[in-house]
Design a binder for this molecule. Structure first.
Ligand code: FES
Length: 161
C-alpha cells in the first residue's frame, strides 16, 4: 500500500500499488466527479500533482490529448482516472472551482451568486466567474455545454478504460 496526500482531506489515503488515483479519492469522499466515466476524456478528475509525480504511471496518449484541451492545465496536471500510483510521496490538489455535469446542475442556484468558479466539465473553462449572479438567461446561454457533454459521453461509451 502507498500513502497519497490530497489537499482537502485530513488524512492521507491508502492506495494499492498500481491502483488508479480516482477510485481511491472517490472512495474517500474527495469532491471529484467522473463525467466521462473514467475514460480520460473530461476535466472533472483533473488534479495538480504537488509532489511525487514520478511515483505515478506515465501519461498515456489519451490523457495527454485531453490535458491539452484543459484551459487550466499546467505541467503538473494529471487526470486522476488515468494515473496509477506506483510509489510513495504523491501529493495532489484539485483545481479551484466546481465542475457541472450539465446546465441542470445550475437550476437550484439561479438567483444566487457563484461562490466559486463554475467550470465546464470537458475543457475546464470558467463558465461563470465567482461573484456573478447565476441568472436563468445566463444558464440558458450555456446550452452548448449540454451538447458538448452529450458528445463526450457518446465518445466515452465507445472506448475501453
Ligand atoms: S473521469 Fe473523465 S477524465 Fe477522468
Amino acid at each position: 500500500m502507498k500513502e497519497v496526500e490530497y489537499e482537502g482531506l485530513v488524512d492521507p489515503v491508502l492506495v494499492r500499488t498500481n491502483q488508479r488515483l480516482l477510485e481511491v479519492l472517490v472512495d474517500n469522499k474527495a469532491p471529484l466527479t467522473m463525467a466521462c466515466g473514467g475514460k480520460g476524456l473530461c476535466a472533472t478528475c483533473h488534479v495538480y500533482v504537488v509532489a511525487g509525480a514520478e511515483m505515478l504511471s506515465p501519461i498515456t496518449p489519451r490523457e495527454r490529448r485531453s490535458l491539452r484541451m484543459l484551459s487550466d492545465a499546467r505541467s503538473s496536471s494529471r487526470l486522476a482516472c488515468q494515473a496509477k500510483v506506483i510509489g510513495e510521496g504523491v501529493k495532489i490538489r484539485q483545481p479551484q472551482g466546481r465542475y457541472i455535469t450539465g446546465t441542470s446542475d445550475l437550476e437550484s442556484l439561479i438567483g444566487r451568486r457563484a461562490e466559486e468558479p463554475i467550470l465546464h466539465p470537458v475543457d475546464g473553462q470558467t463558465l461563470i466567474a465567482p461573484g456573478k449572479i447565476i441568472t436563468r438567461s445566463r444558464v440558458r446561454a450555456l446550452v452548448q455545454v449540454d451538447y458538448e457533454i452529450a458528445e463526450m459521453r457518446t465518445r466515452s461509451l465507445s472506448l475501453r478504460k
